[in-house]
Structure formats: structure tokens, C-alpha cells
Design a protein around this ligand. Sequence first.
Ligand code: FE2
Length: 284
Amino acid sequence: MNQSIISPLQRENYSRDGFLVLKDFIEENVCDLLISQANKLIDEFDHSKNRHIFAAKNNDQYQLRNQYFMESAHQISFFFEENAFDANQNLKYEKSKAINKIGHALHDLDPVFNCFSRTHKIARLVNELDLQNPLLLQSMYICKQPHIGGEVNCHQDKTYLYTEGEPVMGLWFALEDATLENGCLWAIPGGHHYDIKSKMVRDENGILKHETYDAGPWDLNQMVPLEVTRGSLVVLHGQLPHMSKENISSKSRHAFTLHIISRDAIYPKTNWLLRPDNMPLRGF
Ligand code: FE2
């Protein structure tokens, strides 16, 4: 019989904390493979006509009304760091050191990321964490570049990937060590018991906006750093408040993330991430 991926104690810790760190979940050579595939994609990306930045701060200014962002739901799209360009819109850094992230359908469109995302071990883990009938909703390759890797404000993933019923589950694979210096994750233990503070919704005109239910700030004093070594997996409950700080170090912090929902949950069409009919969401 197959051994379980996680122990009963780890399951308990996940339901208590809203996050779970699994050290050495993926092998070094797999980290290398994903990094090299991302580098290849960035290399092939023609940025002369695509200069979209992904600013996790000031979402409203940068993402709202942004067709490129919404269309990335079913594409492999590239987002630059906020400070990647000078006043004349020229890149200040070499392209490979200026990309913030790649998203959001790598797991369906790129053969390497597809293969990795649908490995048996990941499917079993998701099953052991009681997410039934999984669908792989989105994927991101996050670079957190040296010196310019931007802060990601404290948020709950359910704000951006809203479901009724079972919430979205985030899988955050560290492809490089994530430390205090290069901008590791931070989270509020037990914070997944809080309701969402806001929800991003697409209106009937396809414009994105936020519905706010609680405008108060998060108590950042409750945050704990999740420093992890390369190959670790951090599982994040969809209502867990989490963030990452700027990377002002000289080391990158590459990570690959998957967000998974249950087919049994209601996924409203007001979500920003909608797939066209010819590209439905798939499971493992
Ligand atoms: Fe997140």
C-alpha cells in the first residue's frame, strides 16, 4: 500500500494553522528543470510589444481594466516588475531579471509545467487534504527578482479566486531557498478562520473592481515568516492571510504556484479568471 504523503499530525496542523510546510517535497533536479523551462519561456518572449507590469500593490491602477491580465487566464503571459522600466519605457534590467511572473495557464499549455503539475504525488496530497474532485485553476511562475522583486501585500487568495463551498487551495513550490532576505512568504497562523475582507469581481462590462466587506488592515504583528529551503512545498488555505516582502537582496526567489478548486464548489462567473469554452479546467 502507498504510504501517505502527510501524517495525521500534519493534517491537524494544516487545519489549525491554515498552512503546511512540507520540506523536500520535490527533488533538486525537478527544481532545476522548472527553472530552466521558465528561463526558456522568458527567453522566447518578445517583450517589444508587451510591457505589462504586475503590481500587487495598487491593484486598482494597474490590473483593473487590464485585458492582458484577464486574458492570461488561458494563456502563458508575462508580467514585469513595477520598477523594471525607466521613464522612456526602456527596460532597466535584462529581460530575464525584470520579469515578475508568468501566468496563468502554464499548467495546461506548457508540457513541462503540465507534467509537473499533474504528478501523482501532488494529486495524492490534495486528496489527503480532503479537496474532492480537484480542478487545476491557475498556475504562476514567480521570480521575485534580485533588488527589484516587489512586495505582495497581505491578502487572501479567495479574494481573487472566489468560490462558494470548498475554498481554493494554494500550492507554493520553492524552487530556490526562500529566506527573510529574498522575500519569503509570511502568514497569520490560524488566519484562515477569518472571512474574506474583499472580493475582486468582474462586472457585466468585464471591468474588474473590489467589493469590500472589511476595510480594516490586517494585524501584521501576527505574521510569522515561512522561510523554506529549495524543494519545499507550502500549502496555503484560500482564506489564509499571507504576504511577501520586497526582495532587496542579490538572490532571486523563484517559486511555482498552483491554485486548485473543487469541481463541487460554485465558481461564479464574476471571477476574473474565466476559461473560454474550448479550454475548460481540468483535474490531475
Ligand atoms: Fe496569494
